[in-house]
Design a protein around this ligand. Structure first.
Ligand code: CDP
Length: 227
């Protein structure tokens, strides 16, 4: 069987990763979380004083450091973990202090270039399902299937709130909602690789769908490709 690529793009906290992980497990594909990479670079920038409290980025310093930022993934107890220079940062990269700054870091051309290279390298020899913002438009323009996932801001904020709360994080619903609306705005209007639906993408509005329903919807589409 030839290796296939499936792109899952869409707005912040719309359940892309959940869907992509379920599909990867079901079909035996490799799951790649491209957002985790931008989050890891952002955490690096925070920890190394490359981005200030008021979100000013030291571009020259980040440019110098970017080649020293090693992002890898490992599956631990069936869960995907992101490593930054050898350290497990899976929990830290989901914290609001990272969410608040990641879209700023993700506008930078040299950061995107590195991340897209890494995304393509990790995908070379496997069937891959990758979630992000520009997977169907930039990373894999020839993907066999492109899904564009969306849901209302209220539903998305509630899902992210529940997710962080379940992890024991101290979270505020309004802050989360404001953050995802702000990220959507930055992601959709940036110059390089903005978040937009690819012409040949299938839209999946899951506002009123359960996880099982959206999974079944996508499974049918993938089965058609594999048939
Ligand atoms: O999980 P959530 O949808 O909240 O976000 P994510 O997928 O972890 O992505 C975090 C941020 O990384 C996004 O808001 C974008 O700014 C950036 N990103 C990107 O620019 N391109 C991608 N392919 C993936 C993420």
């Amino acid at each position: 069987m030839k290796n296939i690529k499936i792109a899952v793009d869409g707005f912040s906290s719309c359940g892309k990763s959940t869907l992509a992980k379920q599909l990867a497990a079901h079909f035996g594909f490799v799951f790649i979380d491209s957002g985790a990479m931008y989050r890891a670079v952002t955490l690096f920038a925070i920890e190394n004083n490359i981005i200030s409290e008021d979100d000013v980025v030291d571009i020259n310093k980040l440019k110098k450091e970017i080649k020293n930022i090693k992002i890898t993934f490992q599956t631990i107890d069936g869960k995907n973990h992101t490593f930054l220079n050898g350290k497990d940062v899976e929990t830290e990269i989901r914290q609001i202090r990272v969410s608040k700054r990641v879209s700023i870091i993700a506008t930078l051309d040299f950061v995107r270039e590195e991340m897209v290279n890494l995304q393509r390298n990790l995908s070379e020899e496997n069937s891959v399902i990758m979630d992000g913002r520009d997977i169907g438009t930039v990373v894999f323009p020839n993907a066999e299937l492109k899904l564009f996932v969306t849901a209302t801001p209220e539903v998305r904020a509630q899902r992210r709130y529940d997710e962080l709360k379940a992890k024991g994080e101290d979270v505020n619903f309004d802050e989360i909602k404001a953050n995802l609306i702000n990220r959507d705005r930055i992601d959709s209007t940036r110059e390089i690789a903005p978040l937009k639906q690819a012409d040949d993408a299938v839209v999946l509005d899951n506002s009123n769908m359960t996880r099982e329903q959206q999974f079944d919807f996508a499974v049918k589409l993938i089965e058609k490709i594999l048939a």
